[in-house]
Design a protein around this ligand. Sequence first.
Ligand code: ATP
Length: 733
Amino acid sequence: MEDNFQSAYQEEEDRLNSTLTEIDSTLERLRSIPVYTGHDYTEQVLEDSREQRRQDLAKLRQEPYFGRLDFQGKDEDDRKALYIGKIGADREQVSDRPLVIDWRAPVASLFYSFTGGTEPVTYEAPEGLIEGLVYLKRNVVIRKRILERVADTYNRDSDAPVVSDEFLVYRLGENKDNRLRDIVSTIQEEQDKIIRAVKNTALIIQGVAGSGKTTVALHRLAFLLYQYKDQVSAEKMIIFAPNRMFLDYISDVLPELGVGNIAQSTFPDWAAEVLDITLPEQNTAETLNRWFESAGGMPEITEETPGRFKGSTVLMGAIESAVKQLEIGAVPEGDFSPWEGAVLRRSMILRWHNEEYAPYPPLKRKERVMARIHRWIEMELKKSPSAAALKDRKKKGAAREKAYAAKWPKYDPLMIYKQIFRAAKVPEDWPAEAPEQIPQAVLKETAKDLKKGILREEDLPPLLYIHYLLSGNEGGERFDHIVIDEAQDFSPFQIAVLDLYVKGHSFTILGDLSQGIHAYKGVHEWDEMQSLFAPEHTAYHALTRSYRSTMEIIEFANGILSSGVHSPLLAVPVFRSGNPVRLIAYGEEQPKTGKGTGPRVSAVRTALEALSGREYRTVAVLTRSLREAAELHTELAADFADLHLIDGSMTQYLGGLSVLPVYLSKGLEFDAVILADADADHYGTAAWDAKLMYVGTTRALHELWLLHSGELPAYVQMTGEGTVNGWPESSGS
Ligand SMILES: Nc1ncnc2c1ncn2[C@@H]1O[C@H](COP(=O)(O)OP(=O)(O)OP(=O)(O)O)[C@@H](O)[C@H]1O
C-alpha cells in the first residue's frame, strides 16, 4: 500500500514537472511575441487570443490541475490519463489529448459523476453518448507549483475500497477566511447535476443549510458560459443576493473560476435602477426592525400580510387589469379640434390607437398617436388662407394640442400604483375593479405608507410590473440567465417580473424553506414559484447533504429542524467529526477574566477568548437582535480591538471576529459560532423562532457554543452524544 502510494506520488511528481516545463516554455514563447498595438482587425483578434492564453497559462503554472481520471472509450485502443484543471490548455504539439482539460468539458463530468464500480460509464459529448471504463480517479493537490498530496478515490487495478469522501473531508476540515471559495476539485455528483443542467429551465433548488447552494450557483454560471459560449455572455447574467455584504462575500469565486463581468445586485438596487428612482436606505432596516426586534414575537402571518399579498400573483392580475382598463379608456373623449373649423374625429384617433399602434405598449402608443396628431395639425396649417390666419392657428393649435395631451392618463408607474391603492387622487374614469381584490388592511396600510412617501421592498415588483406594462422591455435587453440566492425570501410576483427580463425562463433559483425567516414576504412552498412556469420549463432538485459543518453540529441542527421547524428535510452530514456542541449557562462557573459587566457579557468574553485562541480564522457571536449585538460590541470592543459589528449597512465582510444578529448571518459561515442568549425568552416556541435558531447554528463549520440563562427552547434538546453541557476543561475554572 505504502509502495503504491510512493509510486503514485513519484508518477505525479514527474508528470507535474513535465507539465510545468511545457507551460513555462509556451508562456515564455508567447511573452516573447511583441504585443500588437496596430489597427489591423485580424491582428487585434490574434493578439487578444494570445493575451488570453498568457493570462491562462500564468494562472495554470501555479496550480495546473487538481484531478486525474484514467478513461478508455469503448472504441479506443488504450486508456488515457486525463488531467482536469480550472482552465483547459492545449499542448504546443498536436496530440490526441490536451495538456489540461477544463473541468467544464464533457469528459470531465465523469470525474464528478463516477463514484465507483466496475460497470461501463457514459458521458454526453457533442458527438453523442460516449461509453467507456474508468480505471483511476485521483485527487492531486498542487499549491504554488509544489505537489502536496495525492489521493486515489478509485483504482480499478487495486482491491482497495472506494474512498470517495476522504479527500472531501480533508478539504472541508480546512479553516475558512472571509470569502467563499471554489469547489472544483470536490464537486459532488448531486451538485454536478445542477451545475450542468440545461440552460433554458427555471431550476428550483431546495437545499439544506451548507449544501453548497450559493457555491453551486456560481459554478453553474461558469459552466453555462463555457457550454453555451455562442449564446450567452457574462455581461448578460445577473446574480441576486440578499445584501451588498453577501455580494462581497461571494465575490472571489467567479474570478477564481476565470469568469468576470457578471452583474451582482440586490433586488431593490436593480429595481431602483430600472425604475430610475432612489430608494431611501432606512426602509429595509425599518422593516427588519419591525419583524425581528419587536417585543412579543413575530406578528401573525397570513395571506393578507402586506408583504405576502403584494408578492402574490393576485395583485399581479389586479394590476394587469387596471393598466388594461387605463389603456382602453386612454383616448380622451370627444373629437380633437385645434382651431374652429378643423376637426380630427375621435374615431380616427381611436383607429390609430387601437389598431395601427396596437402592438406598442401604452406609453409608446400615446407618443405615436400624439406625433401623428402633430403631423395632422401641420398638414392642416398648410391650408391656412393667409399669413395672419397661419400665425393665429399655429398658436391656438399648439395650446390645444398640449391640452389634449394632458387629458391622456399619466403613464407614471408610481402615480398609477398610488391610484390603485387610493393613495392619490383617482381620475373619474379610473377602473374600479383593481382595488376590490386588495384586502382592506393592505389597502389601508399601503395607502398610509405611500402618502408619507414610504416605499417598501414589497412595492417594487408591482411598480416594476406597471413599468413593464407601460413601456415594455425598453431596448429589448434581456438577461441570458438569472441566479437568485436565498430565494425563499423572494415572492412569486418578484420571480414573475424577473421572468419578463430573462430569455427562455433561464433561472437558477436556490433557497431553503427551513431558513425562511422572512416568511412575511417570501414563499412558504416552492410550488408557489414553480407553478409560474409550464412544466417543461421548470425542474426541481433537492440537496440534502450538508458540507459546511461537522457531524456534531449537523445532528444538533437537525434536532431543531425536526422538533422546532417541523421540517421533514433533514440534513445528511459528511462523515467529518469535530468537537461537541456546547450548551453553557451564563451563571455557570467560568474562568476568571478579571473583567466585570455581569455573567452574560463575561461568558461571551470568555467564549470569544477561548475560541479566538484556537486556530480559527473567523469567529462570530450571534445575537437575537441588532440592538443586542450593538450592546455586546460596545461591552467587548475594549478587549477585542478587531471585533467587528455587522449591522446590515456594511458592504464588505471583513472576517476575523464579528458580532451580528442572527438574521444578518444568513448565507455566511464562520469557523466557530457563539450563539448568545439561546434561551426560551429569546427564541420562542413558534416555527419561525426555531428557523432563526437553525440559521444561527448552521453558520458554524467546526465549533458551536450556545450560551444561555434560564430555560433553553424545547427544540434545543441534548439529543446525541455530540452535545455536552458546560465549559471545556481547557478553558474551565
Ligand atoms: N462539494 C463541495 N466540496 C467542498 N466544499 C463544499 C462542497 N459543497 C459545499 N462546500 C462548502 O460548504 C460550505 C457551504 O456552501 P454554501 O455557502 O454554498 O452553502 P449554502 O447551501 O448556500 O448554505 P446556506 O443555505 O446555509 O447559506 C462552503 O464552505 C462550501 O465551500
